[in-house]
Design a protein around this ligand. Structure first.
Ligand SMILES: O=C(O)CCC(=O)C(=O)O
Length: 510
């Protein structure tokens, strides 16, 4: 990933009710345009219901009282204590200050916190403590309400956090920072109903495999398939208690670390962060073979040509577990494969863009090896989702519920957010319909950077091609020939459409 930038917003908060808080947001690219800012804000005031955002009822009032930068301009005469407290470092951006603090150990952060209120606020930034816990402990920790508490409980167990005001969140007056405010906001925002409304995917129940291939796989279009998990034991059995009992001390991949399922649930029950850790394990069947027996590949996806590689095939199946708000930010699936994703518990909001449409706010590098995107999924919704309303090529969207399977065609950009605590299985596969795509992808000159899920990235092309020849002789040639014929046919029909063949005279039609 390229570094993710947080787009600046100026925001005002309005407390509307006791349990929920409405927040108004507006883009403020040019802070010198104060008049325009105020005018726009007044307009927002009169248009509350459309522009409002709901905070989760569990949201704490902002830890430490950080406010968005725009609020500074409503308080003439006040100075930003962010700056005064940073001294000469005030010229650095918030990101840079945090980057520097990220070089420190926990005890050092604690010392720096005592320098000024500003340093106290910066050193309390939860991702700093999250990195410290994950770097130092890998997955061997019990989450304790916040990353900072978790760190202190483990490394300074004699320290009585409950008695210390500095850990219960000192409020600092006149501290304005878009970066810190938005991090808190994104961790505590409720999904807006209008972000969930659009449902324009095609849904099918019990279609024939031939129809799936002809109408969806061949033209590379998403579809939501209902009724194809009915005989899965997983659908009846898998819930948190069952899985925790079955999996015991087995360690699962969770972001950069490995954790026991029980410990992960302890974390996910308490977490209030912008990008919750997500359990995403490619070796779950090898670890717990029973899990592999309790689901089966839906009939539409049984042809899986990467299986000719045996143990050398790239990772292809994952169990995915996460709390509401966790999910996958925009990406294209690995190695040009297609995928299916089956929800067993909970529900997921999907947003998919076809291969030729890069989603707003997403910036792939020219070679496709890296992608810059907003810090979190919720930030994408806040700042970019609205733009898709007026796009000619609107995304395909849906909510996929327990018992439903979505087909994700190769090359499609997609973003997924769990609306509730969820359990899902996903598998990536290669069928005849995308075999040539996958081979082309594996053959790219920068394959060593692009290919993923396997150690031998450079040789995967040769290995796969040879294994295909051995298992299905002639298939690649046959498909290549068909693809050539199709291309020629398409060219022909293009010329048919721009010429009037009956008269024989050449004519452009614009
Ligand atoms: O978070 C999810 O369930 C989606 C996973 C996904 O997008 C993927 O495996 O490519």
């Amino acid at each position: 990933m390229l570094s993710c930038s947080r787009s600046l917003l100026s925001q005002t908060i309005k407390r509307k009710r006791k349990t929920k808080t409405k927040i108004k947001l507006k883009a403020n690219k040019n802070v010198s345009r104060k008049q325009k800012f105020i005018a726009k804000n007044q307009q927002l005031e009169s248009n509350e219901e459309e522009e409002g955002f709901d905070l989760k009822s569990s949201a704490p009032s902002h830890s430490h009282g950080v406010q968005p930068l725009g609020n500074l301009y409503f308080n003439p005469g006040s100075t930003n204590s962010r700056n005064t407290g940073l001294g000469n470092l005030q010229i650095l951006s918030d990101e840079l200050v945090l980057e520097i603090l990220g070089l420190l150990e926990g005890t050092q952060l604690g010392v720096v916190a005592t320098v000024s209120k500003s340093f106290y606020v910066f050193t309390s930034h939860e991702p700093l403590w999250r990195n410290l816990v994950l770097d130092n402990l890998k997955g061997r920790f019990l989450y304790n309400g916040s990353w900072k508490f978790t760190y202190i409980f483990i490394f300074h167990p004699s320290f009585d956090v409950s008695k210390s005001t500095c850990f219960s969140g000192l409020r600092v007056r006149d501290f304005y920072s878009d970066y810190l405010f938005q991090s808190w906001l994104c961790a505590n925002l409720e999904m807006k109903p209008e972000w969930l409304e659009r449902d324009n995917i095609i849904r099918k129940i019990g279609i024939r495999v031939e129809d799936f291939v002809m109408n969806f796989e061949e033209p590379n279009k998403p579809v939501l398939l209902e009724g194809c998990m009915e005989n899965w034991d997983a659908l009846k059995k898998w819930d948190r208690d069952y899985l925790v009992n079955l999996c015991g001390d087995v360690q699962f991949s969770v972001g950069p670390v490995k954790m026991r399922l029980e410990d992960y649930y302890r974390y996910s029950d308490q977490v209030k962060e912008e990008r919750p850790l997500y359990l995403f394990d490619p070796k779950f069947v090898e670890k717990i073979p029973t899990l592999g027996l309790e689901y089966e590949v839906p009939v539409y996806f049984r042809e899986d040509l990467f299986s000719v590689l045996g143990n050398e095939r790239p990772d292809y199946r994952w169990i995915i577990i996460g709390p509401a708000g966790s999910g996958s930010s925009f990406h294209i699936d690995p190695n040009s494969t297609s995928a299916w994703n089956a929800v067993i518990r909970g529900s997921k909001k999907w947003v998919l863009f076809p291969p030729d449409v890069v989603p707003p706010g997403v910036h792939p590098s020219p070679d496709g090896a890296e992608v810059a995107c907003p810090v979190s999924i919720i930030e994408w919704f806040m700042n970019f989702y609205g733009a898709t309303k007026n796009w000619k090529k609107r995304p395909i969207e849906c909510i996929c519920k327990a018992g439903e399977v979505i087909f994700v065609p190769n090359g499609w950009w997609h973003l997924v957010i769990n609306l509730e605590e969820s359990i899902a299985i996903t598998q990536n596969y290669v069928s005849r319909r995308n075999l040539l795509n996958v081979l082309d992808f594996l053959k790219k000159p920068n394959a060593s950077e692009l290919v993923s899920g396997t150690r031998d990235r450079i040789n995967l092309y040769e290995k796969f091609k040879n294994a295909m020849e051995a298992s299905f002789p002639g298939t690649i040639d046959e498909l290549s020939q068909k693809a050539e014929e199709k291309k020629a046919q398409q060219k022909l029909s293009f010329w048919d459409s721009v010429t009037d063949s009956k008269v024989g005279a050449f004519k452009f039609s614009f």
